[in-house]
Ligand binder design. Structure first.
Ligand SMILES: [Ca+2]
Length: 138
């Protein structure tokens, strides 16, 4: 019996490999990309006053700037951001609540309140888990 135990470390490695494989293809997701089609971003691309999320660590990859009122279902409109957020920056000045399920539900685990913070969601065991989010406390 030597089945590998589940750990955030191994999951992160797998996710990183998948992300790298995806990066080798032309990025045709569109919609949420920066003007000019740039798909490699960083934290500086998040405007003051907004809540921004990225699909790679440390503000890299594609960026999505969340509507000020929140997003009840990250699956739509396309591209699908459900369970895809790996880093984020809350520049709104207010606490937001992130949820593991759509429609601000927490069936899969506790919600995560995010204050004035930026970093990788894995630090709070939310790597690729967020499915909805909105301003306000959890
Ligand atoms: Ca989820």
């Amino acid at each position: 019996m030597c089945a590998a135990r589940y750990s955030p470390q191994s999951r992160a490695s797998l996710s990183s490999s998948a992300a790298n494989a995806r990066r080798t293809r032309p990025d045709q997701r569109g919609g949420d990309l920066l003007p000019g089609g740039a798909s490699i971003t960083n934290y500086d691309d998040c405007p003051v006053g907004r809540f921004c999320v990225w699909d790679h660590l440390n503000g890299y990859g594609s960026i999505k700037i969340i509507d000020p009122g929140g997003d009840a279902d990250l699956r739509s409109p396309a591209p699908d951001w459900n369970d895809r957020i790996r880093s984020l920056w809350n520049r709104t000045g207010n606490v937001w609540c992130t949820f593991r399920d759509i429609n601000y539900a927490s069936l899969s685990g506790d919600p995560w309140p995010v204050g004035n913070w930026r970093g990788n969601t894995a630090q709070y065991n939310m790597d690729m888990k967020i499915s909805s989010l909105r301003p306000g406390r959890c």
